[in-house]
Design a protein around this ligand. Structure first.
Ligand code: ATR
Length: 273
């Protein structure tokens, strides 16, 4: 089984480690390759790979949208989100999926099932590519309200257009999010702010955080982001970024193999490796 990750850059990716674990768990022989493609080589390399023996691959920054013209079909989620992170290859036909948002929601459901009993409220921080996938997945659940806060509020307003449901939604500023923080049961940080080492991911101040509110940060390095540390100090429950990383990989692996794998052993090992 030949799997891989296409992106630029990809050297520091943890995906080979995750997928090797899944291959071993099922006793399958195969390998997950890092396929780094320079932007000016993208079209030529993708056309070359189209005739290769890949079983499937993940696709990451900066190609999650650029891959779309090379696909033969897309899942309804990927279509709605307008971005792909997983491609299944069958008889030289490529099918695009997006497991990022569902990966996060699946992880949250396992750790905090009480959030999904109905009527809970969500604050989504950020309105970029990552936020879009997560927002789409949130809309499939029974939340009563999903607010989107972003530095550029117009971008949050554009994202609200994905909402074809009865779930209440509003685009707000970070200042308003801070002000209304006590209204939310779940806060999800999706901006790219905390992604560079030592950067401060506290895009908003958590002074008004309600006790037991779950704060989820999609940044997984460091394990304890500054936002999660502050959430913990305010009595919140925290959800670390590696959960989404592992669950999006689990869902991708299951699409490639049509077999289910257990994410728990990996979650336990993540912080030890
Ligand atoms: P990604 O695909 O990682 O989500 P993106 O589409 O460029 O990347 O989106 C980045 C997100 O991080 C956006 O919500 C962006 O806010 P703007 O829409 O206002 O640009 C947010 N972001 C990036 N740098 C930021 C900063 N310094 N402060 C606050 N938000 C920031």
């Amino acid at each position: 089984m030949k799997l891989g990750l296409i992106g630029f850059p990809v050297q520091h990716s943890k995906s080979p480690w995750i997928h090797q674990h899944f291959l071993d768990q099922l006793g399958l022989t195969g390998r997950y390759h890092l396929i780094e493609i320079e932007p000016d080589q993208f079209v030529a390399e993708i056309n070359r790979l189209k005739t290769s023996d890949l079983t499937g691959f993940n696709i990451t920054i900066p190609y999650k949208e650029k891959i779309i013209p090379f696909l033969d079909g897309m899942s309804p989620e990927a279509e709605a989100i307008g971005a792909v992170n997983t491609v299944v290859c069958q008889n030289q036909k490529w099918y695009g999926h997006n497991t990022d948002g569902l990966g996060l929601i699946t992880a949250l459901k396992v750790q905090f099932p009480d959030l999904f009993t109905g009527g809970k409220t969500v604050l989504l921080l950020g309105a970029g590519g990552a936020s879009r996938g997560i927002y789409h997945a949130l809309l499939q659940e029974n939340f009563s309200e999903i607010m989107i806060a972003n530095r550029t509020v117009e971008r949050a307003q554009m994202l609200l257009k994905l909402n074809q449901t009865s779930i209440k939604g509003e685009a707000i500023s970070f200042a308003e999010a801070e002000e209304r923080l006590a209204e939310f049961d779940l806060v999800i940080q999706t901006t790219s702010v905390g992604m560079s080492p030592d950067s401060d991911s506290r895009v908003i101040d958590l002074d008004r955080l309600k006790k037991d509110t779950v704060v989820s940060d999609i940044v997984y390095q460091p394990f304890w982001t500054s936002l999660l540390k502050e959430a913990k100090a305010h009595g919140g429950r925290v959800h670390h970024g590696h959960e989404m990383l592992i669950y999006q990989a689990k869902l991708a692996f299951e699409l490639w193999t049509q077999q289910s794998v257990d994410a728990k052993p990996l979650l336990e090992r993540f912080n030890q490796d």
